[in-house]
Design a protein around this ligand. Structure first.
Ligand code: UDP
Length: 238
């Protein structure tokens, strides 16, 4: 299956993608721009699931490093992802994109719980479904949440929007000779510990044959470009 023939995708954005030039939190103008990327992709007829991290607000590991109980800190991280999901929902709806947020930690005053069949219907009706709170358990990340939702929603691919345009053999910000891979196998990513997503997320994608497409979300219009098969990206598959 080529990128251009995908019908349903899961887009994973890190929480940092919502920070803009800031060091922390949510920059409304940046969230609006990200929402515009999602709208442009949806306008091509795609069904879109969205997972947003929480690292712009709180990461469990950072809390644990300061002496907090790890599980407790992870729950705080999961709550951060719900805030990001609500911010994105608001921005998408301002652009006229219908959305639903489904959280793995039930919060019935603010969003739906994760119900796969319901999410399925939302997608069929043209709504973007934003899955919040990762897998709903500590010691995981939103990468794993993204892989899990991509599998259960039968997405054709997991697109990971980052600050670089793919996966390199060295850090392209530090090494001018770094070379970008067009494609990689899941096993190579895991063996070489390449920074694509965390290992449990990569393994889940491998076991369910979900391609991972790593691309830059920084340039305007890039998500739609990549989805049309014209952008620059690294695709991880079998
Ligand atoms: N988290 C968790 N379980 C999950 C998803 C997230 O415990 O299933 C917590 C974890 O503490 C993590 C934080 O939520 O550090 C924010 O998620 P993540 O680090 O994946 O965000 P990103 O790096 O994508 O912004």
């Amino acid at each position: 299956m080529t990128i251009a023939s995908y019908r349903r995708i899961l887009l994973k954005l890190s929480g940092e993608a919502l920070m803009g030039d800031g060091q922390y939190g949510i920059d409304p103008a940046t969230v609006t721009r990200m929402a515009g990327e999602v709208k442009a992709a949806q306008d091509t007829g795609l069904e879109i699931c969205l997972v947003i991290g929480g690292g712009n607000i709180f990461r469990g590991m950072a809390g644990a490093a300061q002496g907090m109980d790890r599980a407790q800190a992870d729950y705080m991280g999961m709550l951060a992802t719900v805030m990001n999901a609500l911010a994105m929902q608001s921005a998408l709806e301002q652009l006229g994109v219908p959305t639903r947020v489904q959280s793995a930690i039930e919060m019935d005053k603010v969003c739906e719980p994760v119900i796969r069949r319901r999410a399925q219907r939302h997608l069929e009706k043209g709504r973007v479904v934003i899955f919040a709170a990762g897998v709903g358990a500590p010691y995981f990340t939103t990468d794993s949440g993204a892989a899990l939702r991509a599998a259960e929603m039968k997405c054709d691919a997991l697109l990971k929007g980052t600050s670089v345009d793919g996966v390199y053999n060295a850090d392209p910000k530090l090494d001018p000779n770094a070379v970008r891979y067009d494609t990689l196998s899941y096993d190579r990513v895991l063996q070489d510990n390449l920074k694509v997503m965390d290992a449990s997320a990569v393994a889940l994608c491998r076991d369910n044959s979900i391609p991972i497409v790593v691309f830059s979300i920084r340039e305007q219009g890039n998500l739609a470009r990549v989805l049309s098969g014209q952008g620059t990206a690294t695709t991880v598959h079998q």
